[in-house]
Design a protein around this ligand. Sequence first.
Ligand code: ARG
Length: 465
Amino acid sequence: MAKLWSGRFGKDTDKTVDDFNSSISFDQRLYREDITGSIAHAKMLGKQHIIAPSEADRIVEGLNGILRDIEDGKITFSEDYEDIHMNVEQILTERIGDAGKRLHTARSRNDQVALDMRLYVKKEIRNIRALVLELMDALSESAEANLHTVMPGYTHLQRAQPVTFGHYMMAYAQMLRRDVLRLENTLELMDDLPLGSGALASTTYPIDRDYVREQLGFARLTQNSLDGVSDRDYCVELCADLSILMMHLSRFSEEIILWCSWEFKFVELDDAFSTGSSIMPQKKNPDVCELIRGKTGRVYGSLITMLTFLKGLPLAYNKDMQEDKEAVFDAVDTVKMSLRVFIPMFRTMTVLPENMKKAASRGFINATDCADYLTKKGVPFRDAYHITGQLVAECIRKEKGLADLTLDEFRAHSAVFDKDVYEAIDLVNCVKGRKVIGGPAPEEVQRQIRGIRDFVQEHGEDREA
Ligand code: ARG
């Protein structure tokens, strides 16, 4: 197969080079972006009389036909043409003849691929955002149902202070809220049309970049042609955003893995979202969570791939940049797949409030409240802290909880103790009392839920998924 550039070459490319160089096996997923970009470019060429308007019309019609045929599965791409850009151009020329050969006027594959990737990333950011917002919805629902579900909060994985399951869920909602904002920030920053940059030095044709920009829905034009074809910052940013998002999903997954264990038993996954063991009949495993935790590494891998191949590149386009595709595609696929399975798994998960309550009643998670009780009665906090420490030590010796101590036992450590101490260290009251902004008190968590719901509505206007 003679290459496009065979005019300048004395022989065919070696087969190993063809295989190594070719990206059609993976960049064919950009066919829609490629055709959409070419249609806008062709219309502009016609409008500017760079090519005859009638030829521009034939190109547009031809490209629309190719798009339809690809979507109907009627086209198989050929390895003979390196990438999606050359494949589409080749098919177009086969179909409409010479007019097809004019499409690439005033354009290079370098600004073409830069455009295609931007269109793709913009689309996928919206898709991923829609999924994250859906998970935030699910978290709000679960939080609302569990405003009063007391559970131990942990530090160092040691029982620390009482919170509620609703409060816990809203913590994850906050992380996801930042993930959405990060994605939107990436979207805003990358919203420049690179087409018109040419191979690197723009073009001498009287193109109308703004007309193309308008058709393709970009906010601005790239302002330097060298940068226009070389910039992949938005791919790095996307991978960074997705790495953080996966890190959040992975922490949540780890949490669910722990909660599913017999040691915790705070939740139970639906049978449809669990797996069994091939040898141990009793097993019910949280494989989905483990896989999300495991797949987080490949998204980090994409980020490192991007950063590494860019760091040594002189301006402008270098073939290394073709490596952006698989890195970005894999990160996008992994995140979407993970969210698509995590959401229904979470929605069908059963919460076990009794077990949470049991765990909360052991481990002295009301010790801080006991100290605060004394402090509120005038004992300096450090003394109150020391007295409570002695009470805890006594409880451990006697194998009981703070609430099981008699008033005399309390008073042996401080005369300040009175009957109302039992109310003060009651777990439900401990939660209720923490009603500052951000706290676990039911009314405050309800406020947090309202905030997240408003956010979801505000940011979900153009949901695609
Ligand atoms: N397949 C290439 C890529 O993904 C397209 C651009 C190629 N340009 C070039 N001058 N070789 O980066």
